[in-house]
Design a binder for this molecule. Structure first.
Ligand SMILES: O=C(O)C1=C[C@@H](OP(=O)(O)O)[C@@H](O)[C@H](O)C1
Ligand SMILES: C=C(OP(=O)(O)O)C(=O)O
Length: 403
């Protein structure tokens, strides 16, 4: 049977880490296959213009904001201003700023305490080599601190206070640092990194598993036997979002790794009507999985959604609003425990999906067009992580009408 092949974008998470480590090592890390995602392109251009500029605007790129805060705190030679979109100015950064200032950095808030924009002065002297940081707000703070640790004269021991959310992203940071020649020790909640240099190396960025997740959803909603091939994905990956391949088995999606990618196929499998899921390690998959499960009338008991409130938008509210248009309710009956009632999922004409300046709202709901025509507003949001998303849908056979 015919199937279409999709060239996924490469991972923006890996790209942005490698770019940060390359800047910290004065260009020792050669990077192949950098992502076309706007978040990565923004970081590339900010780092390229570092010498001439003194104001740096990350737009809506969370990793760029957090990684550059740590980078400039230890590497800038002049006072700089680091800023972002209105939404970025509402995404907390106080935990990271406090940690950096406790090491000796000089970071001040330009507007509201705890939030960007930040004014950062050159580091004079490292005054401490130990910090403790809560693990349940954003792992990006921890990744940012890990990457600068080897460049500090006294190194750094970071205690990551449990519970830890988004842990695979911390492991990805440590994995890429190791490949770039950095040694570290990890004992219970403490990661210790001595002062040392990144080594010359060549790193190739993998395809993006978060982007791949939308294809698992599309195949889940396709007729039995429908297939798609996703190029560049491998069985071994630093990206925690690879768990989508196991999660999507519950949606009747079979996968098979081949030499240069993964083949997905809709199988004739018994479908469950209820699932229990935890998104603590893979928060970005929630917007893929919930709309898809809803439209398959699979109700969910969900944990691990806490961090969604401080991402591109309040993603819980956004999901609640948009799922309710399909007669599905997402509620939080107990703190930290959500329920999605999909039993009354209903398709109706004229549904319009709002995207709240959040790429994952557009891409998470788009597969529902397998069931009915839907209108998605502000389609350019996808550029943040997957610029060719709509073109790829056309390759698969989606009919797109621009209005
Ligand atoms: O480090 C990273 O590359 C990311 C970490 C996660 O954020 P949190 O650690 O804030 O959950 C994830 O949601 C984001 O898309 C990318
Ligand atoms: C949360 C995301 O990105 P960031 O935090 O880097 O803006 C995302 O891509 O879903």
């Amino acid at each position: 049977m015919e199937f279409c092949s999709i060239n996924l974008p490469s991972s923006k998470s890996e790209s942005n880490r490698l770019l940060t480590m390359n800047a910290l090592s004065d260009g020792k890390i050669k990077i192949g296959n950098l992502s076309t995602a706007r978040d990565t392109q923004t970081l590339i251009s900010l780092l390229k213009n570092e010498v001439e500029q003194s104001t740096f605007d990350v737009l809506d790129a969370g990793t760029a904001m957090r990684f550059l805060t740590a980078y400039f705190a230890v590497a800038t030679k002049k006072e700089i201003l680091l800023t972002g979109t209105d939404r970025m100015q509402k995404r907390p950064i106080g935990i990271l700023v406090n940690a950096l200032n406790s090491i000796g950095a000089e970071i001040a808030y330009e507007k509201e305490v705890g939030y960007p924009p930040l004014r950062i002065k050159p580091l004079q002297m490292q005054i401490s080599s130990k910090i403790s940081i809560p693990g349940n707000i954003s792992s990006q703070y921890i990744s940012a601190l890990l990457m600068i640790a080897p460049t500090l004269p006294k190194g750094l021991a970071i205690t990551i206070e449990p519970p830890v959310f988004s842990k695979p992203y911390i492991d990805m940071t440590l994995g890429l640092m190791k490949l770039s020649g950095i040694q570290y020790t990890q004992q219970e909640d403490v990661v210790s990194i001595t002062s040392q240099s990144y080594q010359e190396c060549l790193q190739n960025v993998e395809s993006d598993w978060s982007a791949a997740s939308y294809w698992f959803s599309i195949i889940a909603l396709s007729p039995i036997g429908k297939r798609v091939f996703l190029k560049g994905l491998k069985a071994e990956s630093f990206q925690g979002d690879q768990v989508i391949k196991d999660m999507a088995k519950n949606l009747g999606v079979h996968f098979h790794f081949e030499n240069n990618g993964i083949l997905l196929e809709k199988e004739n499998s018994i479908q469950k009507s209820y699932l229990k899921l935890d998104f603590k390690k893979c928060p970005d998959l929630a917007q893929t999985f919930l709309p898809c499960a809803a439209s398959m009338k699979i109700s969910l008991e969900i944990s691990g959604l806490e961090s969604l409130r401080i991402k591109e938008t309040d993603r819980i509210k956004a999901l609640q609003n948009e799922l309710s248009k399909f007669n599905c309710q997402l509620t939080e009956p107990e703190q930290g425990l959500w329920k999605l009632d999909s039993s009354n999922f209903r398709v109706q004409s004229g549904i319009e999906i709002e995207t709240y300046e959040d790429h994952r709202m557009a891409m998470g709901f788009a597969p529902l067009a397998m069931k009915q025509n839907i209108r998605i507003n502000e389609i350019n949001v996808v550029n943040k992580s997957y610029p060719s998303f709509w073109e790829d849908l056309k390759l698969f056979g989606f009919e797109l009408i621009k209005q």
